[in-house]
Design a protein around this ligand. Structure first.
Ligand SMILES: [Zn+2]
Length: 476
């Protein structure tokens, strides 16, 4: 079973935000390939049109680690910092099997979908068993994510991640062995084989050929040695989007300076890695020269404001990066918060708190980052609702307790995920007011409820015979 409504559909939007500007009476004709075939503005609805209210372009979650969702609400008693939180995250990572990963990712992608995310870039490094050995199906964990996305009906760009070292000059720690592939050549070989599998799977699904695609990531300059980064960047096809965590923590910069005599950004520049296909995630602690390099190269900077606040990372220089020429995108990262509106708001509020002034990003610029910026970062194009773009839409209740009275163009600073109504991906309605509809996942979940999926997934993770998740549980 594939998501319902594979026949082309015509949607009529009472109000559509196009490049942040509210346009009335927009008819969108969608094609069987999941793209927009035609758009007419300022026209009446016609019989047979599916009528929508206030509609935004599809929103991309450009940086996610789905399994981190298992830590939500379970680490706040620990205090500490990013590094302390990471220890709890490793405990969850060690309990996951392909079966549990499918169940958890299905639930997390479901939460994303009903919250208004139509596409997700999953930064994925849980490749192997906890002891580092391969599963009988070498791609079992990756295909668990692909299956989860297809069942839910969300676009997935699987950012298969190279993670080869425990730190600069140190091998993987025992709890990191599931992430490794031994060498750059080992990672490249597995990535190429995975690409063949995913492409074959896509051609076997003519109803949704582009729903799942493969990208690539280097975990960070601390987790991939210099020569391995060079080999990987040289071994990847030029059209594949590449992501990397960059300068999330001051310690990463200090370690990199000690090892290479250069900042992480300068190291990447030296490798020729900076350019429009690269997305740098967090970019929190940058020197002025880093800012200039990233901007001049036209990279995408993916900010994850809810995570950066939750982990105490700091407030990154988003406005300065945009002014320097970087594209901005947004991600939910650890999924402690899954709400694209709160990420948009978080980006602007961080800027306001740091600068003492308002309007650092206009509402239109915030929406652009969450839609066009995120789609571009994932190599998907679109987000701007022109013919040929992905037919991904998000209907928002503009008359709720949160949004009533807001100017349509400022809706993104008033709404939350609770205001999301129908969600359209690939030209098909796959969620409606908090429920999954018309997809295999909708049939699995009681009443199409993502919460039911999450409850079951977390219960499976927490069962006593699981490896151990005691460290991730809060006090009774
Ligand atoms: Zn991350």
């Amino acid at each position: 079973m594939t998501p319902a409504g594979s026949a082309p559909a015509v949607y009529w939007c009472e109000t559509l935000l196009v490049d942040g500007v509210a346009v009335s009476g927009v008819r969108l004709t969608t094609g069987a390939d999941g793209s927009i075939l035609a758009r007419m503005d300022d026209v009446p609805a016609e019989p047979g049109d599916i009528r929508l209210g206030t509609v935004l372009p599809g929103l991309a979650n450009a940086h996610s680690h789905a399994f981190h969702r298992a830590l939500r609400g379970r680490t706040h008693h620990q205090g500490g910092d990013f590094w302390r939180w990471r220890e709890s995250m490793y405990t969850v990572a060690q309990t996951l099997t392909p079966e549990l990963y499918l169940e958890l990712a299905r639930a997390v992608f479901a939460e994303m979908l009903v919250s208004g995310y139509t596409a997700v870039g999953e930064f994925h490094y849980l490749h192997h068993r906890a002891d580092g050995s391969a599963y009988p199906d070498a791609h079992a964990m990756e295909l668990a994510l692909a299956t989860a996305a297809r069942e839910v009906g969300i676009r997935l760009v699987l950012l298969d991640t190279s993670y080869l070292a425990g730190g600069l000059g140190s091998p993987l720690r025992p709890e990191q062995r599931a992430f490794g592939d031994g060498s750059a050549a080992g990672w490249l070989s597995r990535w190429a084989a995975l690409r063949t599998v995913i492409q074959a799977d896509a051609s076997a699904r003519p109803a949704e050929p582009g729903l799942v695609t493969l990208g690539a990531a280097l975990h960070s300059v601390r987790a991939v040695p210099l020569e391995a980064m060079r080999e990987i960047l040289g071994g990847l096809p030029a059209d594949v989007p590449v992501h990397i965590h960059l300068s999330e923590q001051p310690q990463e910069n200090a370690d990199c300076l000690a090892a290479y005599g250069a900042t992480p950004t300068a190291v990447l520049d030296g490798l020729g890695a900076l350019g429009p296909r690269l997305s740098v995630v967090h970019a929190t602690h940058l020197a002025d020269a880093d800012l200039a390099r990233l901007g001049a190269a036209g990279v995408t900077a993916v900010f994850c404001p809810s995570t950066e606040a939750d982990l105490g990372d700091g407030i990154g220089p988003a406005r300065a990066l945009a002014d320097a020429g970087a594209r901005i995108a947004l991600g939910s990262d650890q999924n402690a918060v899954v709400d694209p509106f709160l990420e948009m708001r978080g980006l602007e509020m961080g800027e306001r708190l740091a600068s003492g002034s308002r309007g650092r990003f206009t509402p239109a610029a915030l929406l652009h980052a969450a839609s066009v910026g995120g789609y571009a970062s994932l190599g998907l194009g679109g987000g701007s609702l022109v013919p040929g773009a992905p037919a991904d839409l998000v209907e928002v209740d503009a008359d709720s307790i949160r949004t009533v009275g807001a100017h349509p163009g400022q809706l993104v600073l008033a709404a939350t995920a609770a205001d999301v109504q129908r969600v359209i991906v690939f030209g098909r309605i796959v969620a409606d007011t908090g429920r999954l509809v018309g997809t295999p996942a909708a049939a699995i979940a009681a009443d199409g409820s993502p919460a039911a999926l999450l409850r079951a997934a977390l219960h499976a993770l927490d069962t006593p015979d699981a490896a151990s998740s005691a460290d991730t549980r809060g006090p009774a």
